[in-house]
Design a protein around this ligand. Structure first.
Ligand code: R5P
Length: 260
C-alpha cells in the first residue's frame, strides 16, 4: 500500500538512468534505477555491504560492472547472504567479512516496507540477521526501493514482518510472538518454501516466523525490544533508526531522503 511521504523528500528526475515516461514503468526497472542511483555513493577503496533481494541484486551487478571496468578500485564487499556472496563472486567483487572489517563505509540494500521516518521491514526474502549485523556496522546505510514499498506505518502493507527464531520448539515461540501482539490481532505463521512446502531454513540454520498485524503495533523500539526478550528469538525484521538514506524510484522520478 503506497503512502504519501512528507515534503522533506527531494525529488530528482533520473536523467542519466531513464526519462520520466507517461507509461508506468515495470517494477524491476524502478528497482534498477534506485540501485544505480545508490551505487553513485560508492567510491574506490570503500568497504561496502552488499544487500540481498531483487533490488539489491541490481546494485551488486552494477558495482561488479564498475569494478570490472576499473572505474571502482580496491572495493571490498561484505555480502549479507550466501546468495549475494555467490552473486558478488560471479561479478568479481573482492569479498570479506565483519571479522576482518568490523566497520563498513557504506551498505546498500532493499527493503519490504519503508515508513515516513525511514524505519524498515526487511527479511521477506529470507535474510534479515546477516543484513542487520552488517548494516548496523556501516557508517552509511542506503536503502533502495520502488515506490510500492512505502507505507504509512510499519506493518501497514498487511504483509509479513519476519522474525528469525531457533528451530527448537518453534510452535512455542510462534505462540509467544502471537500473544505478544494480541492487541494488534497478530497471526504468526511458520515460513515454508513455496515450491517444496518444506520449512524454510535461513543461512544461519534457523526458522522464520512471519507476523501479520491487523492493527498498528505502536512504538517500534518497544515492540522490537519485547520480541528480542523472548527466549528462542534470534532477530526481527524491523530496522528502526538504521537507514541513513532511502532512495525511492517511482514513475515520476527518483526521490532521495536523508535521515536528519
Ligand atoms: O530478506 C530479504 C531482504 O531483506 C530484502 O532486501 C527485502 O526482502 C527486499 O527484497 P526485494 O528487493 O526483492 O523486494
Amino acid at each position: 500500500m503506497a503512502a504519501t511521504h512528507p515534503p522533506q523528500f527531494s525529488v530528482i528526475t533520473p536523467s542519466s538512468l531513464s526519462s520520466p515516461s507517461p507509461l508506468p514503468m515495470a517494477q524491476d526497472d524502478l528497482k534498477k534505477i534506485a540501485a544505480y542511483k545508490a551505487v553513485e555513493f560508492v567510491e574506490s577503496g570503500m568497504v561496502v555491504g552488499l544487500g540481498t533481494g531483487s533490488t539489491a541484486k541490481h546494485a551488486v551487478d552494477r558495482i561488479g560492472e564498475l569494478v570490472q571496468q576499473g572505474i571502482l578500485t580496491d572495493i571490498i564487499g561484505i555480502p549479507t547472504s550466501t546468495k549475494t556472496h555467490e552473486q558478488a563472486l560471479s561479478v568479481n567483487i573482492p569479498l570479506s567479512d565483519l571479522d576482518a572489517h568490523p566497520v563498513l563505509d557504506l551498505a546498500i540494500d532493499g527493503a519490504d516496507e519503508v515508513d515516513p521516518d525511514l524505519n524498515l521491514v526487511k527479511g521477506r526474502g529470507g535474510s534479515l540477521l546477516r543484513e542487520k549485523m552488517i548494516e548496523f556496522a556501516s557508517k552509511k546505510f542506503v536503502v533502495i526501493v520502488d515506490e510500492s514499498k512505502l507505507v504509512d506505518h510499519i506493518g501497514g502493507s498487511g504483509l509479513a514482518m519476519p522474525v528469525e527464531i531457533v528451530p527448537f520448539c518453534w510452535k512455542f515461540t510462534a505462540k509467544r510472538l502471537e500473544l505478544l501482539f494480541e492487541e494488534a490481532d497478530c497471526v504468526a505463521k511458520l515460513r515454508t518454501c513455496e515450491k517444496t512446502g518444506e520449512v524454510f531454513v535461513t543461512d544461519n540454520s534457523n526458522y522464520t516466523i512471519d507476523l501479520y498485524f491487523k492493527k498498528s503495533i505502536g512504538d517500534l523500539k518497544a515492540a522490537g525490544d519485547a520480541i528480542l526478550r523472548l527466549p528462542g528469538v534470534v532477530e526481527h525484521g524491523m530496522f528502526v533508526d538504521m537507514a541513513t538514506t532511502v532512495i525511492v524510484a517511482g514513475d515520476n522520478g527518483v526521490t532521495v531522503k536523508n535521515k536528519p
